[in-house]
Design a protein around this ligand. Structure first.
Ligand code: AHM
Ligand code: MG
Length: 338
């Protein structure tokens, strides 16, 4: 994972574009604009402990301005940053019930943007890492008019680009076009993303498992058996490790770098789990697969699920290939013995 020194995000994108003479440069322009939005959101996230914006919506701050929760701020910032470049025909956000149309006076493009503006936002008050997740698709509706719900409801394998920004001890932007996963760390001194993780490859297996063990009694039997199996066994002569931030972006970022598995299962109370297919699971699955990993709902590849609604949820088992294959085996065996 050797990084080339002083490769900025813009330069990396432009050099990638040169290798594809057929590229129109549109995806590059979109990524650059997303990088800008990420910097602005990152600045605001870093100020979270300093200004009175924590947890207040519709309250007044000291200067009498309306203050917003950070997740609403991030949602509005992304729309504002992305709605005028002429690249998109429609957008959708985890923070909005319906699809988001572009303002009437803006040029309409051929791409579709889906995003979770600030995932894990319940962690903000405790200064725990949170993140932004995004997906880009090509429109499928005919014509050049406003995009439709159908444009947003595409299976994940059709993503053109997926990425996330983790606002942690540093701000890191990770993206893929499906070939190679690259990470850029924001240098706060001069406000530029620098290539820090070139061509990330997820280890084939790892020592860490990551899930909310508080839900143990509702888990499917196969998952209980799998976790007990890990706890009774060792990885390279050492016990397995449980790590769970409770912010998907942070948990997936660690999984990508160190290997292992992240799980949010369906359970007795919520058959489809908690995480959203379109805003969380599809982009993360696209990234993890591009890094050589695996992502399923326990049986089926996440990227092949045909979405039916914008906010639908799915169980997810994602991470190192061998680890995901093993939990699938435990799930299958438990189903067969029922
Ligand atoms: P959010 O979209 O409301 O922020 O919820 C998503 C978050 C994920 O980041 C994280 O993986 C999960 O919720 C944690 O859920 P739980 O507290 O049930 O373990
Ligand atoms: Mg979320």
């Amino acid at each position: 994972m050797a990084a080339t020194r002083f490769m900025t995000l813009p330069r990396h994108i432009l050099e990638g574009e040169k290798q594809h003479p057929e590229a129109t440069g549109e995806l590059s322009a979109i990524l650059l604009q997303l990088g800008l939005a990420a910097k602005i959101i990152s600045l605001e996230v870093n100020k979270a402990g300093l200004v009175d914006i924590l947890g207040f919506t519709g309250e007044n701050n000291k200067s009498g301005d309306q203050v917003k929760k950070l997740d609403i701020y991030a949602h509005e910032m992304l729309i504002k940053a992305m709605d005028h470049g002429g690249h998109f025909c429609v957008m959708a956000s985890e923070e909005e019930e319906d699809i988001i149309h572009l303002p009437p006076n803006k040029k309409i493009g051929k791409y579709v943007l889906l995003f979770d503006p600030l995932d894990g936002s319940s962690n903000i008050d405790a200064n725990i890492s949170i993140g932004t997740i995004f997906s880009i698709y090509k429109r499928v509706s005919e014509g050049t008019g406003p995009g439709t719900r159908e444009d947003c409801l595409q299976p994940g394998y059709k993503q053109e680009v997926a990425g996330y920004v983790v606002y942690g001890s540093s701000t890191i932007l990770v993206y893929t076009t499906g070939h190679g996963v690259h990470g850029f760390t924001l240098d706060p001194a001069f406000g530029e993303f620098l290539l820090s993780h070139e061509n990330i490859q997820i280890p084939k297996t790892g020592r860490i498992y990551s899930l909310n063990e508080g839900n143990y009694f509702s888990w499917p039997q196969g998952l209980k058996n799998y976790i007990k199996h890990l706890q009774a066994n060792q990885f390279d002569g050492k016990p397995y490790q449980a790590r769970y931030v409770g912010s998907m972006v942070a948990d997936i970022h660690r999984t990508l770098l160190y290997g292992g598995i992240f799980i949010y299962p369906g359970d007795k109370r919520n058959r489809k789990g908690k995480l959203r297919l379109m805003y969380e699971c599809n982009p993360m699955s696209f990234i993890v697969e591009a890094a050589g990993g695996r992502a399923t709902d326990g049986k089926k590849r996440i990227l092949e699920v045909q979405p039916e609604s914008l906010h639908e949820r799915t169980p997810i088992y994602i991470g190192s290939e061998e680890d995901v294959l093993l939990v699938e085996k435990f799930l299958r065996e438990a189903d067969e013995s029922e």
